[in-house]
Design a protein around this ligand. Structure first.
Ligand code: AMP
Length: 296
């Protein structure tokens, strides 16, 4: 493994080595030095258990000319509620680092909770009313915790660009709003959902699913596809089409199925909209969403 100094090469440098930092202050020192050389910095925040969806974000980062790519791997306790899967959340640190290395990532930040949160940590962000809707209605405080850690990661790395998956669409919308409302000097960019060949959106939580549950979970992506297909017929038709697919799957317990505008405001009469679903399959909470083109 390289030392932190090795990554400070000039523009156009292609990394073959990677450095893992546990302590945020050490990583911040490295990114500060890199910034001084003029290299752009791109951040990909993750909770680890990396899969092709995460790798797509990393590949999008690597396309930025001459950029240093920083991947954070941190299972953020602040965004898990009581009774959620914090303790059993899948962890595969060694193979995550190998994948990052193969993808040309130069810096990994992998702190422990104690490195991120002082014992008397008190200050955090409030996601506002959108943070209480959709995912937020079932997961109180989730988006406050998520925004707090993303703001901290951006504060540590101070990236020019940070990438987030459309898979967690509400998260992406809220992070964009945070960057706007708090005047962050970091551009936020979304990356389309990566799916398996049969449509299932990749998620670290998919490992929880039994074969039968995985089969049922295909109902989510099928419902999104059916809803998108019905777009020209209008909002009611979209929801009806998606609902009928979901109702055919007894193992899928829908939490919400909603059609919103692309900023998650009320659904428009025409133009682009976003169809979003959350459901439990067994004990596993799954999300999916799709762009819907409503009648012009
Ligand atoms: P997570 O590790 O689940 O917190 O995800 C880290 C980042 O990867 C987030 O921005 C997610 O939206 C993104 N991501 C997770 N799964 C996918 C996927 N299937 N396609 C695209 N992005 C994803």
């Amino acid at each position: 493994m390289s030392t932190a100094d090795d990554v400070g090469a000039g523009p156009g440098y292609t990394a073959r080595e990677l450095t893992v930092h546990r302590r945020p202050a050490e990583l911040a020192k490295v990114t500060r030095a890199l910034r001084a050389t003029g290299r752009p910095i791109t951040l990909v925040p993750t909770m680890g258990a990396l899969h092709e969806g995460h790798l797509e974000l990393i590949r999008a980062a690597r396309k930025v000319p001459a950029t240093v790519t920083v991947v954070s791997i941190f299972v953020n306790p602040l965004q898990f509620g009581p009774g959620e899967d914090l303790d059993r959340y899948p962890r595969s640190f060694e193979s995550d680092v190998d994948l990052c290395r193969e993808e040309g990532v130069e810096l990994v930040l992998a702190p422990e909770p104690v490195d991120m949160y002082a014992p008397d940590h008190q200050i955090g962000l409030a996601a506002g009313s959108l943070g209480e809707e959709l995912e937020g209605a079932s997961r109180p405080g989730h988006f406050d915790g998520m925004l707090t850690v993303v703001a901290k990661l951006i504060g540590i790395v101070r990236p020019d660009l940070a990438l987030f998956g459309e898979k967690d669409y509400q998260q992406l919308v809220l992070i964009r709003r945070m960057a706007r409302d708090l005047n962050f000097d970091t551009r936020i960019q979304g990356v389309p959902i990566v799916r398996q060949h049969d449509g299932l959106a990749l998620s670290s939580r998919n490992v929880y699913l039994s074969d039968a549950q995985r089969q049922a979970a295909l109902g989510l992506s099928a419902a999104m596809a059916a809803g998108a297909h019905a777009g020209p017929a209008g909002p009611e038709a979209v929801l009806a089409a998606a609902r009928s697919v979901l109702e055919a799957e007894p193992l899928v317990q829908v939490d919400y199925l909603e059609l919103r505008d692309i900023d998650l405001g009320p659904v428009p009469e025409s133009g682009e909209a976003r169809l979003l679903v959350a459901a439990k399959v067994g004990d596993t909470r799954l999300l999916d969403n799709a762009l819907v083109q409503l009648s012009a």
